[in-house]
Design a protein around this ligand. Sequence first.
Ligand SMILES: Nc1nc2c(c(=O)[nH]1)N[C@H]1C(S)=C(S)[C@@H](COP(=O)(O)OP(=O)(O)OC[C@H]3O[C@@H](n4cnc5c(=O)[nH]c(N)nc54)[C@H](O)[C@@H]3O)O[C@H]1N2
Ligand SMILES: Nc1nc2c(c(=O)[nH]1)N[C@H]1C(S)=C(S)[C@@H](COP(=O)(O)OP(=O)(O)OC[C@H]3O[C@@H](n4cnc5c(=O)[nH]c(N)nc54)[C@H](O)[C@@H]3O)O[C@H]1N2
Ligand code: SF4
Ligand SMILES: [Mo]
Length: 752
Amino acid sequence: MSIGSTKSLTQINDERRPRSFELPQLLQARTGKMTRELLLNPGDHGLGMTPESLRAETTTVAACGYCATGCGLRLHVRDGQAVGLTPETDYPVNLGMACPKGWEALEVLDADDRATHPLLRDANGELKRVDWDTALTTFTERLKAIQSEHGNDSVAFLSTGQIPCEEMAFLGALAKFGMGMLHGDGNTRQCMATAVTAYKESFGFDAPPYTYDDFQQSDCLVFVGANPCIGHPIMWERVLRNPNSPEIIVLDPRRTETAMAATQHVQLRPKNDLAILYAITQHLIASDLVDHEFIAAHTTGYDELASHVAAFTPDAVGPAAGISADEIRRAAETIGQAKAASLWWTMGVNQSYEGTRTAQAMINIALITGNIGRPGTGANSITGQCNAMGSRLWSNTTNLFGHHKFESPEDRARVASILGIDVDTIPTETGWSYDRIVEGIRNDEIKGLWVIATNPAHSWIDRGDFKVLLDKLDFLVVQDMYASTETARLADLVLPAAGWGEKEGTFINSERRYGLLKKVRKAPGEALADFQIFRAVAAYWGVEDMFADWTHPEAVFETMQAASAGRPCDITGIDGYRQLDQCGGIQWPWSREDAAAQQTPPQERRLFADGSFCHPDAKARLIVDNITPMPEPPDQAFPILLMSGRGTVSQWHTQTRTSKSKVLRKLYPERPYVEIHPTDASLIGVHNGDTVSVRSRRGEVFVTAMVTPTVQRNQAFIPMHYDIINELTLRHFDPHSRQPSFKDCAVAIRKA
Ligand SMILES: Nc1nc2c(c(=O)[nH]1)N[C@H]1C(S)=C(S)[C@@H](COP(=O)(O)OP(=O)(O)OC[C@H]3O[C@@H](n4cnc5c(=O)[nH]c(N)nc54)[C@H](O)[C@@H]3O)O[C@H]1N2
Ligand SMILES: Nc1nc2c(c(=O)[nH]1)N[C@H]1C(S)=C(S)[C@@H](COP(=O)(O)OP(=O)(O)OC[C@H]3O[C@@H](n4cnc5c(=O)[nH]c(N)nc54)[C@H](O)[C@@H]3O)O[C@H]1N2
Ligand code: SF4
Ligand SMILES: [Mo]
């Protein structure tokens, strides 16, 4: 059965569709071969429709562009434009379901504040419309001037988990190999860096082992710092389909929708996860609920683990963590006695100053109980953005293209030969992490910044400080779908980008599935796909020969396939976009050998079934560490611990997209609000709906009080979707992953 389309992607590819914006004729003369080709095929690169099909109606399936669930959406196309969509019933991810963001995905493309033309800040400090030639000439001249004055490394980029793999790959290769940058990172640092570091150290590779079927196969699911009812509602639907009446253990300081559905809600005091997980481990060992055979055959470090956790008895840990020792014992016994236990985590773990070790404490529990590689098991990090997984593999930031190492001469030589580039263009060290790039701006080491598909003036921790730093830059380029984002408004140059639905490529979802993004809409005005912008930049920068083969996304996909060969993420067996389309996406790995043995990839595949991990000795590492004190605990002046996170299913991050849908706007509170406990509210004379001041050592904001017992006493919660949130947050990071610890800072709340 072909899930992809009534009309296959390739058929659509072979035909033509109305032209998107065409780069002006004069570029042709200026920049040679590559741009000439852009001119001939603007915006299309093989996704066109014939005049006949313009009249015809057709449908085609594409992966959603919001969260990492990666639902398949069937797009209804008329006259070459998608006019509606429905969740795809046969897509293996969502089985006919979608959340409101998915349903409204087309609506937000028509917003009035779409970036439709390049904008350049003029002598009066105003952003004014310019043509692409001026934009790209200015981009090149300004950044080259900065590099020649301050060195190549004084220009950096911040990328994203929300553009297709092929675009990330292009950006990473262009910036680092073509433009000579050393430093580039992405918003995945805010999101997945902890999981990446934890997996790399424990398994030897950044390899989330699960498949969504595991939600249905477990008889014990443990969610730590995860609220899938709001963040991943369609994954949660899979939990609801679980026929085993599973135990659901939720560790969350708040009584979230997910916690309400749990059989055991461990309502801990924030940031006591590591101690509690060690106490669970201690009790598992003390009760002999561990799998000695698995431990001996497939892990190292068990003795150190056992002696490290010995002091973390449930009695010693419970009261200080705000829970009872019995709750810990019950959770441990439930996990230890389950036939198939799975442990899932998201931002309550990743965004923490000891997140890496906390994630590894979960990995340890899965390993010592033999809960890995079997249906319904795993230590499973749930991904956030639609293509955060792609960013982890292909963005050329924290690792060299395709999880190679910048530091390794063999890896550099391999990547250089696959890309057909001079090995000397590849940096010999990993560039700075996001926070270090930000410090680089403070120290005048970074003078030029190129921001693509992320909105850090809202989302970066302690954004008040960050916005001041952005002002220090000599040149800030922002490439976004919307010209109105907090960051775009601060830019010197805005490059207008096509968005989801207006271009093609692949996203990798949370269960390692490559899904297809399709072009079913024409981008507004002169907006170009990021892919095309990168091609044009390459041409203006004078490195188009280096990217001569990077003509269209599927060509880059083939290069990614070559780079993946023989690695844990091998995708050499995928028969191009056509097969991705037919199968409803394909999980990595799918090697040439896999494909030779079995024509069609099975739909639900998990890793480590053979107990063989990616370290040279094939064994997983059990890693433990000391507990770290909270950097800014509540005190008399700032007595409340502030958390932040997802507010509703209908809001996405900094709201550049979701606030543009009338339907979605009806589904969330317009004004920013803070959730506070009824007792705390009555102590300061605050009623539900009052305006309150929330003040931290960084800033003060005024929001509506939402008085609710879902938060505990002396704790509060503000959704991250309102730009005020990061006025308050404290700039601190996990030392191993450098991920910001967004969910803990001290505030004072009073009636305004
Ligand atoms: N609707 C919607 N869905 C989204 C997104 C969105 O913006 N909107 N964003 C996507 C992205 S990029 C991401 S990363 C995911 C995030 O998905 P989640 O991580 O599930 O969402 P959060 O609300 O950030 O955090 C999860 C929970 O961590 C809890 N928490 C806070 N501090 C602690 C602690 O110390 N310990 C524990 N155990 N828990 C704690 C919070 O109370 C919160 O309920 O969602 C994705 N899905
Ligand atoms: N306090 C607090 N802060 C947080 C968090 C938290 O829990 N608490 N969570 C953090 C997490 S997990 C995340 S992932 C980040 C998210 O933070 P951001 O990445 O800053 O948030 P988004 O709103 O998703 O920004 C994506 C931008 O890309 C643009 N865009 C979308 N598609 C395209 C495209 O195809 N091309 C181009 N060029 N642009 C496009 C959108 O218009 C938008 O401006 O926030 C982090 N910040
Ligand atoms: S759950 Fe995620 S992938 Fe599915 S429709 Fe909603 S936003 Fe899109
Ligand atoms: Mo995220």
